[in-house]
Design a protein around this ligand. Structure first.
Ligand code: G6P
Length: 612
């Protein structure tokens, strides 16, 4: 949440900061701001999107070769011009951008107020910049030392960059529990919340660790110390990120691009890991800890949002195919409920961003309890990837639309490969079924491609139900999590209230809501429960509900009674979620678009939730 970017070098900072903020906008878009130093400090900030900031600053002097920028997802203080970052110290000397929450800011603010400080905003961030200023001016010490002493008084999470008007040749950055990456260019540094603002200038990066403070100098020097004042060695890494991956190309929205990319990204996730004709599947992270996995007494999966839905599918996959008991936990619940986690448990953190604060905290708790921790993430070099004992990347490439699509199908692909591997190694699936599943998985990308051709039909269905106020999604077995995911996709981008339910549970509540205004999306792709779900559809129709059924190719019974049907290509039942989710993503996309919603940046949401 919140994106930060900073530049020091020979180029003009403003265009670099703005482009960086546009790339980071998925992290929050309540307000945006920049501060530039060129003799004196100029701060421009504006409520709303980065485009509003650009308009606001268009007639102003934005020159300067050092600057900091921020795009905000509001926590303390409403989204407005004043609460927007950067924040300035009382004497105007320091400006600061911050991603995270200073939990003890009230106590610090109280004592600063007693000492005569005056605050303009309601933010925790302004308190921090005042504290640094006070320490700096009272002790007459370098900025980095003042930052270090201030951070020793702070409880909470932060990624910050501070600029000193009296020292135009350096920036000071620090992190704890919020990501920060330093791009090292030729005679320049770009610091940001993720690597996307840096790729135009460099591929050489240093990921800052928790409790580290970095000082970057205009002369190319980089120094890193801990908050305990110990000098740190830093490892320069090369990032593998292409500029085209960060752009929409010919698509109207990132979400649509990412939906269409799935036939490729699912294949990318399997590349080098699976070969059906040779009959093997190998997920590196598991192979390295195979004893642990084959002997595991229990797997606990911790995740949030869409990743949690992928985790729920994994429960069905691991239990059915590998016969390993699985618990799927909301990371935010797991971390605070004193769970029983034992040394021979495996805790898997599932996260697109690898930065979700609750998932990270749940993982740390599991580590403290001695469990093996395994990360399944998309963003290379992210915090979860760096704290886990072992793990796998899903290789979906940058996902920019706030509503997750391609990361979800890649997560499920990876989890399916893991379950098949373990089922085979533990002898819990017959050899013939093992081969069938490998072939099934390998043929998914082509089937996704085929499904995407139904876009026009799905668009038509969207136009028929777009004015609904509520929607119900029903599914069974492997497709119950898809009902949850379909409902989540619809509510997060179209603001239609939607609920996902196990189909049979409909009778215990949601059936009371069904009338002719209620679209009911039924995912009826499990052959094992086809008759049962057929009965559920009859129950909906008897109450005049509008049924949109996702059915296997050639299904005639349900097609006769449903108002609309979308056919998915035939596949093995455990793999059906990889197909049934695609029409639901498209349905939400078109409905949101027809309702005039901002598909890529839905209100109040952010893609990377780095606060609790
Ligand atoms: C936010 C995003 C969702 C995402 C969830 C978990 O809510 O908007 O798309 O599923 O966070 O994020 P993670 O990065 O941990 O998968």
């Amino acid at each position: 949440m919140c994106g930060i970017v900073a530049y020091i070098g020979e180029k003009q900072a403003y265009p670099i900061l703005i482009k960086g903020l546009q790339r980071l906008e998925y992290r929050g878009y309540d307000s945006a701001g920049v501060a530039l130093l060129n003799g004196s400090v100029k701060v421009f900030k504006k409520k709303g999107k980065v485009s509003e900031l650009v308009y606001h600053a268009s007639q102003q002097d934005t020159t300067g070769t050092i600057g900091i920028g921020h795009t905000r997802w509001a926590t303390h203080g409403k989204p407005d011009d004043i609460n927007a970052h950067p924040h300035t110290s009382g004497n105007g000397r320091l400006t600061l951008i911050h991603n995270g929450i200073i939990e003890n800011y009230n106590a610090i603010k109280e004592s600063l107020l007693n000492r005569g400080h005056e605050f303009r905003s309601q933010t925790d961030t302004e308190v921090l910049v005042h504290l640094i200023e006070e320490i700096q001016s009272q002790n007459n010490i370098p900025l980095e030392e003042a930052v270090r002493l201030a951070l020793n008084q702070v409880i909470g999470a932060y990624a910050i960059v501070v600029m000193d008007a009296n020292d135009p040749d350096k920036l000071v950055a620090a992190r704890k529990s919020s990501p920060l990456v330093i791009g090292i260019g030729k005679g320049e540094f770009v610091i940001a919340s993720d690597a996307s603002p840096l790729v135009d200038y460099t591929k050489q990066v240093v990921y800052l660790n928790d409790n580290e403070i970095a000082v970057v100098h205009r002369n190319g020097e980089l120094q890193i110390k801990t908050t305990n004042n110990e000098l740190q060695d830093h490892k320069v890494q090369e990032i593998n990120l292409q500029i085209e991956q960060l752009e929409k190309g010919d698509y109207e929205h990132f979400m649509l691009k990412e939906i269409y990319e799935q036939s490729k990204t699912i294949g990318d996730c399997m590349r080098g890991r699976l070969n059906a004709s040779e009959g093997w599947v190998r997920v590196g992270g598991i192979e390295d800890s195979i004893e642990h996995f084959t002997n595991a007494k229990r797997i606990i999966i911790a995740a949030c949002g869409t990743s949690w839905h992928a985790g729920l599918i994994a429960e069905y996959l691991f239990e059915e195919l590998a016969r390993i008991p699985v618990e799927v936990e909301y990371a935010s619940e797991l971390r605070y409920r004193n769970p029983i986690i034992k040394e021979n448990d495996i805790v898997i953190a599932l996260s697109q961003s690898g930065e979700t604060a609750d998932t990270l905290a749940a993982l740390e708790l599991a580590k403290d309890k001695g469990a093996m921790i395994y990360g399944i993430v998309n963003v290379v070099g992210s915090s979860i990837a760096r704290v886990t004992d072992a793990g796998s990347y899903i290789h979906a490439g940058p996902e920019i639309g706030v509503a997750s699509t391609k990361a979800f199908t890649s997560q499920v692909t990876l989890l399916a490969m893991m379950a098949i591997t373990l089922g085979y190694r533990r002898g819990t699936i017959p050899k013939s079924y093992y081969h069938q599943l490998l072939e099934g998985l390998e043929s998914i990308p082509a089937k996704v491609e085929k499904l995407l051709k139904l876009n026009d039909k799905i668009k038509y269905i969207a136009s028929e139900i777009k004015d609904s106020s509520n929607a119900l999604y029903l599914g069974r077995g492997y497709n119950f999590p898809i009902a949850l995911e379909g409902a989540l996709k619809l509510k997060e981008i179209s603001y239609i209230h939607a609920e996902g339910y196990p189909a049979a549970e409909m009778k215990h509540g949601p059936i009371a809501l069904i009338d002719e205004d209620m679209p009911v999306v039924v995912i009826a792709t499990n052959k094992s429960s086809y008759e049962k779900i057929y009965s559920n559809i009859q129950e909906v129709k008897a109450r005049k509900g509008v049924v949109i059924a996702i059915v296997p190719e050639g299904s005639t019974e349900i097609s006769k009674i449903a108002d609309y049907t979308i056919e998915i290509p035939d596949t093995e039942e455990p793999l059906t979620p990889l197909l049934s989710v695609i029409p639901l993503q498209l349905l939400s996309y078109h409905i949101a678009l027809m309702r005039g919603c901002n598909v890529d940046q839905p209100r109040n949401l952010a893609k990377s939730v780095t606060v609790e």
